[in-house]
Design a protein around this ligand. Structure first.
Ligand code: S5P
Length: 473
């Protein structure tokens, strides 16, 4: 049988098993489309899997050289498996989520940097799924230049991929597929017209880009936040036009309260270290809460919990400080494992949050990139509890509903005598992705803390506005 005849048979078969549907559909990204592909169903039809694999071999892979094959998860995995068996080339598997423990590898299988890998995918629209896999493989030192595809929707994918040095070869394009189907009386001329119009209108690449948190406004991010405290904090920032968190690292309650009287209106968050206060009392907390209500700021107790869950739950709710009663949110290390998050889970359903430490500002700290990643992946299991991360870099996490709390900030880059490293507002907001900026001694130790707080507030806010305008140069 000729290749053309085999392609026709395959197209008709895909239509008959509902892998290709016509009508009115809405895609994941909310776009209306008259044609819909769901190639996941092919696993129920071994004959279809065999013909797809054979055609890919004969038409798309013939002239390609590669050491490994890798299917884009998940629909293409069975096809990649068959191709690996037929070609006797080894297969690699990409994990969508990196494991938080164990090998932490995103690519499974045996390979060496410098070897080449061919990508196998079912449908390409914008090319973003293929690119995710390509990036992970390239991170491992593998060379990726080609991808074989069952169907190219002709919506910008091949250009997007070519821009990243990946050439695609596909069995069908959207046009060739509808051509076959209309000639075989499976769809009407009217439908062909609709699909062609749709293709014309959606020629601009419809890349399903994840929302870039760095470019989103706090208002928008408030809508995306899953933790109540994060939502509140984003809204306070947007309303008060300040992303300044004041770290009131002082040992006297009178001094703290006096300072907050003066600067409360300029901050969105007040960060305390209750255990450095020498005259701590419940009266202090009552007055602190009154100031928080009056000036509309939240309170973060920077306790940096780091013990086993049982101990942390006692530290959080009992003892001298009874932090759970008054702090909107607390900081915690991920070091002890998930138990710590279970211990901090909202007491009696009150609106509370946790900032997990994913990085530290101090010189020589022992946090590694792996630890940072594992912290973020641990947090992803507790979306309603996690307010955000204490961290120093924008690559630490993507979720726009979470907040990057960045300490180690002063108007000039510098260091203190005990390892603290300071960056400037411009650097932490524009380059490092900070959302809420923690300033302690920069304000507290200034001659006029009030005047200094205004300077910080204005500088930090300007940097935020510049960042969301997208004009970083
Ligand atoms: O990595 C960190 C994490 C935190 S929460 N580095 C930090 O400096 N902090 C805290 O931020 C620290 O405990 C202190 O309260 C504040 C920074 O204060 P500054 O006086 O150095 O601005």
């Amino acid at each position: 049988m000729s290749h053309d005849k085999k392609l026709i048979d395959l197209a008709v078969k895909l239509f008959s098993i509902d892998a290709v549907k016509f009508g009115e559909f809405t895609t994941k990204s909310g776009i209306k489309t008259p044609v819909y592909f769901d190639l996941r169903v092919i696993v129920s039809y071994p004959d279809v899997m065999v013909s797809i694999s054979n055609l890919l071999l004969e038409l798309a892979m013939k002239d390609l050289k590669y050491d490994h094959l890798c299917g884009v998860p998940y629909t293409a995995l069975p096809i990649a498996t068959i191709l690996s068996v037929l070609t006797k080339k080894s297969m690699l598997m990409r994990r969508k989520e990196t494991k938080a423990y164990g090998t932490k590898k995103s690519i499974e299988g045996h390979y060496k940097a410098g070897q080449s890998c061919l990508i196998v995918e079912d449908v390409v629209t914008s090319g973003s799924s293929v690119l995710e896999t390509v990036r992970d493989l390239r991170k491992e030192g593998l060379i990726v230049t080609d991808a074989v595809i069952i169907l190219d929707r002709e919506q910008g994918g091949s250009n997007n991929l070519a821009a990243d040095d990946v050439q695609i070869k596909s069995l069908f394009s959207m046009s060739s597929l509808i051509d076959i189907l209309v000639k075989n009386n499976k769809i009407t001329e009217e439908m062909v017209r609709k699909v062609k119009n749709y293709l014309k209108e959606t020629q601009a690449p419809v890349i399903d880009k994840p929302l870039d948190r760095i470019l989103l406004t706090y208002e928008k991010r408030a809508e995306l936040a899953k933790n109540g405290v994060a939502k509140q904090l984003f809204n306070i920032m947007a309303t008060k036009k300040t992303n300044l968190c004041l770290s009131v690292d002082m040992t006297s309650t009178t001094k703290i309260l006096d300072l907050l009287e003066k600067v409360g209106e300029h901050v969105c968050l007040v960060k305390t270290h209750a255990d450095i206060i020498e005259d701590y009392s419940t009266d202090f907390i009552t007055r602190l809460k009154q100031l928080a209500d009056r000036f509309n700021f939240l309170i973060l107790e920077d306790r940096k919990y780091a013990d086993i869950g049982h101990t942390v739950s006692l530290q959080y709710s009992k003892g001298l400080y009874k932090v759970a009663d008054w702090a909107d949110c607390v900081t915690a290390h991920s070091l002890p494992g998930e138990g710590i998050l279970k211990a901090l889970n909202s007491p009696n359903g009150v609106n509370r949050g946790v900032f997990l430490l994913a990085e530290m500002s101090s010189e020589g700290n022992l946090i590694t990139p792996e630890y940072r990643e594992a912290t973020v992946s641990m947090a992803s299991k507790y979306p309603e509890l996690i307010t955000g991360f204490v961290c120093q870099n924008k690559d630490t996490f993507k979720d726009p509903g979470l907040i990057q709390l960045t300490p180690g900030v002063q108007l000039e880059s510098s260091k203190d005598d005990l390892g603290q490293v300071y960056n400037t507002p411009e650097k932490v907001i524009l380059e490092k992705g900070g959302d809420v900026i923690v300033v302690g001694r920069g304000i507290v130790a200034a001659k006029s803390p009030e005047a200094q707080a205004v300077i910080y507030k204005d500088t930090l806010w300007k940097c935020y506005l510049k960042r969301v305008s997208g004009k970083l140069e």
